[in-house]
Design a protein around this ligand. Structure first.
Ligand code: AYL
Length: 481
């Protein structure tokens, strides 16, 4: 189709069986896969296509019209636009059916030599890191494979059971595979083990329950809001979760009380269902810490996984913290740490030290037993249901409103979503807007989870430092009072 090894292909796909095939087929062909959130708006998709330099797209019939819109004047002309067709929806006339690729592949000889090196970039998921807009995170074959092995080596055999003639694990693939959690902590490691993955293209409470009704689910990978759902939703019954022997939570802070609530509600024996908390970042492929819960410290992220080094840096002295209970910025190092941000040396330099440490932008401490806890986020990132919401993106959008002079966005705590974005808005002279006007302005221009559901506050000044950087921390502290 004209692709060369090292070209970028964009996968704009919900979780479907074909998603794994498209992903691995692209990798096999020596391409770099940039994974795009299928719920993105046209603008959001377009931005990632341009930024990543994608030379082609694989999407599905349901969202093909939106994606096609985003590709206009973005991709080079005649770029392959490949669509997974489900026979019920029309597909754009200029698209190539995914099944044609499968058919054509059958008569092609197998790829003789993999056209890549271990250190070549293989995926380009997007993350805003510590500041600014979303950036392509360059992860190599080595990064992804190392992390899969590190996690396996750091957990007991009960957690990752390989398929045998008599046993096969069953896990829902609900967490989106465009995000590193679904990609390299669920889809890829489980395919490697031969686990049966049940793809869920979107979350609806009933669709979710149906998976548990119809299958004896044995492993479940979740984010904190899903645990809250399991712990509280009336439609969840003990029979749904009885066959699960391991559950993992990651991507956002976990309330220890939610884990207790879950165990308590169903009167589950903790030796039968092991609960693991993971901590990590897209920039570290993603897992860096695991709490395997020998100690029942549900709120802890546990310890660095195998072959991960970690240190805590005192924010005022920049020295290593070596005593329990003191908080500092967490830094990590290992084979799973990204090569850098794509086409962004500045951001790379600010995030990776010359000797390979990744500055996480998270604040942590460790206790007397060397178990770690995340307490806060130094970086500006907001996390809604585990999804990244970069405040800089919403602020830039708000500034395009004709009546808005300046805006600052922070996350405020929310029981269900973890956080919700709240905007502080400074209006232009003699202009008036209502909260709903501002919320409606944002709606439709960004994905739903980025909407200003944490409210809008009109202010007379936006706190800034002398060089003009918005001091979101000041607003957060004001909120906390
Ligand atoms: P990104 N507790 C608190 N905050 C967390 C946790 C956690 N367990 N895990 C991730 N975060 C926050 O790139 C933290 O601020 O990757 C971190 O810097 O979307 C940021 O989320 C990174 O967001 C797993 C399975 C980690 C999945 C992940 C997902 C990584 C999310 C470990 O075992």
């Amino acid at each position: 189709m004209g692709f060369k090894a090292g070209d970028v292909i964009a996968l704009v796909l919900p979780n479907l069986p074909e998603t794994a095939i498209a992903f691995l087929g692209s990798v096999e062909a020596g391409l770099i896969v940039t994974t795009v959130n299928p719920h993105y708006t046209v603008d959001e998709i377009r931005r990632q296509l341009i930024n990543s330099g994608a030379k082609g797209v694989i999407t599905n019939a349901e969202i093909a019209p939106v994606v096609l819109n985003a590709t206009r004047e973005t991709l080079p002309s005649k770029s392959p636009f490949i669509v997974i067709d489900d026979a019920t929806l029309p597909v754009p006339s200029e698209s190539i059916p995914f099944k044609d690729l499968i058919d054509r592949g059958k008569s092609l000889p197998p790829v003789p030599n993999h056209p890549w090196n271990f250190d070549d970039v293989v995926v380009l998921p997007y993350s805003s890191g510590t500041t600014g807009l979303s950036k392509g995170v360059m992860l190599s074959h080595k990064n992804l494979i190392a992390n899969i092995q590190q996690v396996k080596a750091s957990t007991d055999d009960n957690v990752w059971k390989e398929t045998t003639e008599t046993h096969q694990e069953i896990a829902p693939l609900l967490l989106p595979t465009f995000h590193i959690y679904g990609m390299n902590a669920v889809m890829l490691p489980n395919l490697k083990l031969g686990v049966q993955l049940i793809t869920l293209p979107k979350f609806t409470p009933q669709g979710f329950i149906d998976v548990f009704e119809q299958n004896k689910v044995t492993c479940f990978f979740l984010v904190p809001p899903l645990l809250l759902f399991l712990a509280t939703a009336p439609m969840v019954a003990k029979k749904h979760i009885e066959s699960i022997h391991v559950m993992t939570s990651g991507a956002a802070p976990l309330a220890g009380t939610d884990v207790e609530r879950f165990y308590h509600r169903f009167d589950i024996d903790e030796t039968k269902l092991q609960f693991i908390q993971g901590y990590g970042l897209t920039e570290s492929s993603p897992v860096t810490f695991l709490q395997t819960l020998k100690s029942k410290k549900y709120a802890s992220i546990g310890n660095p996984i195998c072959d991960t080094e970690a240190r805590l840096i005192d924010l005022s002295t920049q020295e290593d913290i070596v005593t329990p209970g003191k908080t500092g910025e967490l830094w990590v190092r290992g084979d799973h740490v990204m090569k850098g941000y794509y086409n962004n040396e500045e951001a790379t330099k600010n995030t990776l030290t010359p000797d390979g440490w990744l500055k996480t932008g998270d604040i942590a401490y460790f206790d007397e037993e060397l178990d770690f806890y995340i307490t806060d986020r130094l970086k500006e990132l907001i996390k809604v249901k585990g999804f990244q919401v970069p405040p800089a993106e919403l602020e830039a959008l708000l500034r395009t409103h004709p009546d808005i002079e300046e805006a600052a966005v922070i996350g405020i705590p929310d029981e269900r979503s973890g956080e919700l974005p709240r905007a502080f808005v400074l209006l232009k002279k003699d202009k008036t807007l209502k909260e709903k006007d501002v919320q409606d302005f944002v709606k439709g221009k960004v994905s739903e989870y980025k909407e200003l559901k944490g409210g809008v506050i009109f202010v007379d000044t936006i706190p800034k430092n002398p060089s003009g950087k918005i001091l979101r921390r000041v607003l957060k502290e004001q909120y906390a009072k």
